[in-house]
Design a protein around this ligand. Structure first.
Ligand SMILES: [Zn+2]
Length: 198
């Protein structure tokens, strides 16, 4: 029987310098693609170790960092893969984050990346609804300039028509935002299918 509280960091050794908290595991689906690119699917070491003991995941790669329990020494997993494939929902949730991700964190009027807000393309006063098809990413200055008008009335060009994204398209967009920290064992699974340079 596995109990996370019986695991403790080693008292010596070079790995002692790496706190377990900074050893998250990259979580892959059963097809060895990341469960999510952005935010990157990472589990804390406790969750990863527990899932491994429960045989819900396979350990694909490991850190040098060892954790010790009375009965067992174990390297912390750095890459794990679910044994059962999780089918992503085909209709991603209509959230602020996903809307920004659909629009690649870019104002759809001027291309700015900062000070982002949401704009109802057809204003609410005209009956415009809060849906994938009518809300777009706009920077605050463009939002202010447009005011309660349609893009045509405000003489503003919209870069792309708002639309319902697929989970796949959000994943693709998310890949353009690599995480700040990448463990070397993650790279094969994050970029193995990117274009090879001659
Ligand atoms: Zn703008």
């Amino acid at each position: 029987m596995y109990h996370s509280d019986i695991l403790s960091p080693p008292a010596h050794g070079h790995d002692v310098l790496t706190p377990p908290a900074s050893c998250p595991a990259l979580v892959l689906n059963a097809d060895y693609t990341p469960l999510s690119y952005y935010p990157l699917s990472l589990w804390p070491w406790q969750t990863a170790v527990k899932a491994a003991f429960l045989e819900r995941v396979d350990i694909i790669a490991e850190y040098d960092r060892v954790i010790r329990s009375p009965n067992l020494d174990m390297k912390l997993p750095s890459v794990i893969a679910l044994r059962q494939y999780v089918r992503p929902s085909s209709h991603p949730a209509f959230t602020r984050f996903n809307l920004f991700l659909r629009d690649k964190f870019t104002c759809q009027y001027c291309g700015a990346h900062n000070d982002l807000t949401f704009d109802h393309v057809v204003p609410r006063a005209y009956g415009g609804r809060t849906t994938w098809a009518n809300v777009t990413t706009a920077c605050a200055p463009c939002n202010l300039k447009k005011g309660g008008r349609t893009p045509a009335e405000a003489h503003m060009q919209i870069h792309s028509r708002p639309h319902q994204p697929t989970t796949h398209s959000l994943q693709e967009n998310g890949r353009a935002f690599p995480p700040h920290h990448l463990h070397e064992t993650w790279r094969d699974y994050l970029y193995w299918d990117t274009e090879l340079l001659a």
